[in-house]
Design a protein around this ligand. Structure first.
Ligand SMILES: C[S@@+](CC[C@H](N)C(=O)[O-])C[C@H]1O[C@@H](n2cnc3c(N)ncnc32)[C@H](O)[C@@H]1O
Length: 377
């Protein structure tokens, strides 16, 4: 019997020197959705001091301004520190992420006032340990992702903090936890978590509201000239608001590897290399890095400009075209733009930015791009 499920557009492959990767299982067209992935674990970033909006502690959607006459749904242990957008989110959270021992640990964490980084890591660990209790399969999936742990002082400190709380709640899954496992979990998080962004219009800069572990999207490797990018729509109504969607930037031939950029595409060579080595453990040798490593650091901006302006140079710098075509023209946005999905085989001429969310026709995009160039000149 024929199946109605469309064949997946990506398949897993092993690539020497790059580990597991996703490659195109057939020819892909610009804008096509390659993958929609649901998180096995979501946890909040440390709260931003200059951000007033609050969000649901289960699905992470923004909460409406509270009506003084309506009762607010909150966690009985965490009270106003954990609010919910609906009775469904409230009851799911009380049966999962807001279990007694997690709430006790969250309370202690708040009173110890840790740095934002430690707080975010502790939020992850609490979510991960809790996952082992409520969904062992998802926990094993988390552990199967890439990353090797290191036993540094921060790991030891986080482990002691959580072990002390766990000692009061001797749940079955806790017996397996060791400092080595804590280190392994933190490494999985560092290598694989995706940040779900705050609405950048509201806070003026790119800030993360929550992080998620997306088991299938975690297999995308990095390229500084990616051929796909990811979108999230955390405040959209309905189910799946914390799914991520990966779309093709342009046509991709069957068998080609599909890569994302792990950070904004307009980062400079030295910053990209540093981040990839420190956080992801590899030296990037993509086409763009091979060209840019020959540039002198103080000339980098000049070289990029020349490559954009001079046709002959453009052939030597194949990535000049990438910025004209796929970098959001909104100043300081740094987002990547991809066409909307094709409709009934017809490519879309509407481009969407994955950071500021702006939609533009190709003509509007080119006009904004030209205006931006005039301001720069
Ligand atoms: C999110 S995971 C991607 C999937 C991973 N290759 C695996 O086997 O599970 C990130 C890790 O993949 C590897 N990786 C990603 N992009 C790479 C690249 N361009 N060259 C070499 N290794 C890369 C690095 O080890 C990195 O820490």
């Amino acid at each position: 019997m024929a199946s109605d499920t469309p064949e997946p557009l990506v398949q897993l492959a092993d690539i020497s020197g790059r580990g597991r990767a996703l490659i195109a299982s057939k020819a892909i067209f610009a804008g096509q959705i390659l993958l929609q992935d649901t998180p096995i674990l979501l946890y909040p970033a440390a709260p931003h001091k200059n951000l007033s909006s609050s969000f649901c502690s289960h699905c992470f959607r923004s909460l409406p301004i509270p009506n003084p006459n309506s009762a607010t749904l909150c966690c009985p242990s965490c009270s106003n520190f954990a609010l919910f957008c609906s009775p469904e989110c409230h009851s799911i959270a009380l049966a999962s992420s807001h279990s007694q021992w997690v709430c006790k640990a969250l309370g202690l964490l708040r009173s110890s006032n840790p740095s934002s980084e430690l707080q975010t890591q502790a939020n992850f660990l609490l979510g991960a340990y809790n996952l082992a209790e409520i969904s062992p399969d998802d926990f094993n999936m988390l552990l199967s992702l890439q990353g090797e742990g290191t036993l540094d002082g921060e790991t030891q400190m986080l482990h002691s903090f959580i072990s002390a709380v766990m000692a009061e709640f001797p749940l079955k899954s806790f017996s397996r936890f060791s400092v080595e496992l804590t280190a392994a979990l933190l490494a999985r998080d560092k290598r694989n978590a995706f940040g779900l962004m705050e609405n950048s219009k509201e806070c003026g800069e790119r800030m993360v509201r929550a992080y998620g572990i997306y088991p299938r999207a975690s297999f995308f490797n990095h390229d500084c000239l990616p051929n796909a990018c990811r979108f999230d729509y955390i405040d959209k109504p309905g189910d799946g608001n914390n799914d991520i969607i990966i779309r093709a930037l342009h046509d991709i031939a069957e068998g080609k590897e599909i890569c994302l950029s792990y950070f904004p595409v307009n980062w400079k060579f030295a910053d990209r290399q540093k981040r990839l080595l420190e956080d992801y453990g590899f030296v990037c040798e993509c086409d763009r890095c091979i060209v840019e490593k020959t540039w002198r650091e103080d000339d980098e901006e000049e070289d990029e400009k020349m490559a954009l302006e001079n046709e002959e140079e453009e052939q030597e710098f194949p990535h000049a075209y990438f910025f004209v075509r796929y970098l959001c023209p909104n100043e300081e946005c740094g987002g990547t733009v991809a066409p909307l999905p094709p409709s009934q085989g017809t490519p879309s001429n509407i481009m969407e930015c994955n950071v500021c969310g702006q939609l533009r026709t190709e003509e509007e995009f080119n006009r904004d791009e030209d205006e931006d160039d005039m301001v720069d000149d």
